[in-house]
Design a protein around this ligand. Structure first.
Ligand code: C2E
Ligand code: MG
Ligand code: MG
Ligand code: MG
Length: 279
C-alpha cells in the first residue's frame, strides 16, 4: 500500500510541477504577445508626506490580459525578469510614466513619480541613457523621477550598484530602497549607498500594534534613517492605528490602501484632490 501511495504522490507531484511549468510557459508567451498588443497600463498610488507639501506617486504596472484577466505583477514580474522581457516591459513603463507626468504637471507642477526597477533593469548598462532620453523627450526635469530598487538588486554587485546609483544621482534622479528589511542587507553598504529614501516593507507595517517586535523595528528603522540623513517611507499603511503610530514616530512619507489604492491615470487628479494635499 505504501508503495502505491508513494507512486501516487510522485504522480501528483509531477502533475503539479507540470502545471507550474505550463503556467509559467504560458505567461512568458503571453507577455510577448501583450507587449505587441498593448495589454499593459500603469496605475498610480499616492505617497503622502506627513510634514506637508510635496506629493508623490508610485507607478505600478498592470496587465489586463484578454483571456487570463488581471495578472498580478507579483506573478509576472519574476517571469519577465528571468526571461529578460523585463527590459522591454520596463521601457514601456518609463515612457508611459514620463508621458503621464508631463500631463499631470499641468495640474500638479511639482508632482514626482517613482518607478520600480527589477535587478536586470537596474544593472542594464543602457538604463541611464534611456531614462535620460525619455525625460528629455517629455521635457521633464530628472528631479521629478525616483527609482525604487530592492536590496537584492544592490547586493548582486554592490560596488557596481554604488557606481550606477552615483551616476543616476548626479543626473538628478532620486533613489529609494524598496521592501527594506526583507533581505539580510548589510548595514555596511547602507552607509555607502547614495540613496535618498528607504521604504520599510509592508510586512513590518502590518504588525504595528499587533506585534511588539514589528512596532519596535519600525521605530528603530525610522530613527536609523533620520540619523543617516535619509527620508523614510512606510508602505502598506491600511489602518488609522498604523498611521497614528507612524506620525508619532515621525515617519516622513506614508503610502497604502488607507489613503488610496493604485488608480488609473484618469482618476489620479481627483484622488489627489480628495486627499486634500495641495502643493
Ligand atoms: P512594491 O514596489 O513593493 O509595491 C507595493 C505593492 O503593494 C503593490 O503591489 C501595491 O499595490 C501594494 N500595496 C500598496 N498599498 C498596499 C496596502 O495598503 N496593503 C496591501 N496589502 N498592499 C498594498 P503590486 O502593484 O501588485 O506590485 C507588486 C510588486 O511588483 C511591486 O512591489 C514591485 O516589486 C513589482 N512591480 C510593480 N510594478 C512594477 C514595474 O513597473 N516594474 C517592475 N520592475 N516591478 C514592478
Ligand atoms: Mg515599490
Ligand atoms: Mg515595496
Ligand atoms: Mg514589494
Amino acid at each position: 500500500l505504501a508503495k502505491i501511495n508513494g507512486a501516487r504522490q510522485v504522480l501528483y507531484f509531477e502533475e503539479e510541477m507540470q502545471e507550474v511549468f505550463s503556467r509559467k510557459y504560458k505567461i512568458e508567451n503571453e507577455l510577448k504577445l501583450s507587449l505587441k498588443e498593448n495589454h499593459f497600463y500603469v496605475a498610480y498610488q499616492p505617497k503622502i508626506h506627513l510634514k506637508g507639501k510635496p506629493i508623490e506617486l508610485e507607478a505600478l504596472i498592470r496587465w489586463q490580459h484578454p483571456v487570463l484577466g488581471m495578472v498580478s505583477p507579483a506573478e509576472f514580474i519574476p517571469i519577465a525578469e528571468e526571461s529578460g522581457l523585463i527590459i522591454e516591459i520596463g521601457k514601456f513603463v518609463i515612457d508611459q510614466v514620463c508621458r503621464d507626468l508631463q500631463q499631470l504637471h499641468k495640474t500638479y507642477p511639482h508632482l514626482r513619480i517613482a518607478i520600480n526597477l527589477s535587478p536586470k533593469q537596474f544593472l542594464d548598462t543602457e538604463l541611464e541613457l534611456s531614462i535620460l532620453a525619455v525625460i528629455k523627450k517629455y521635457r521633464l526635469d530628472p528631479k521629478f523621477i525616483e527609482f525604487e530598487i530592492t536590496e537584492t538588486a544592490i547586493m548582486i554587485d554592490p560596488n557596481k550598484a554604488i557606481s550606477i546609483l552615483n551616476s543616476l544621482k548626479n543626473n538628478g534622479i532620486t533613489i529609494a530602497i524598496d521592501d527594506f528589511g526583507t533581505s539580510f542587507s548589510s548595514f555596511n553598504y547602507l552607509k555607502k549607498l547614495p540613496v535618498d529614501t528607504i521604504k520599510i516593507d509592508r510586512s513590518f507595517i502590518n504588525g504595528i500594534g499587533e506585534n511588539e517586535k514589528d512596532s519596535s523595528l519600525v521605530e528603530g528603522l525610522i530613527d536609523l534613517a533620520h540619523k543617516m540623513n535619509l527620508m523614510i517611507t512606510a508602505e502598506g499603511v491600511e489602518t488609522k492605528e498604523q498611521l497614528e503610530f507612524l506620525k508619532e514616530k515621525k515617519c516622513d512619507i506614508v503610502q497604502g490602501f488607507y489613503f488610496s489604492r493604485p488608480e488609473k491615470i484618469e482618476n489620479i487628479i481627483l484622488t489627489l484632490d480628495q486627499l486634500n494635499v495641495h502643493i
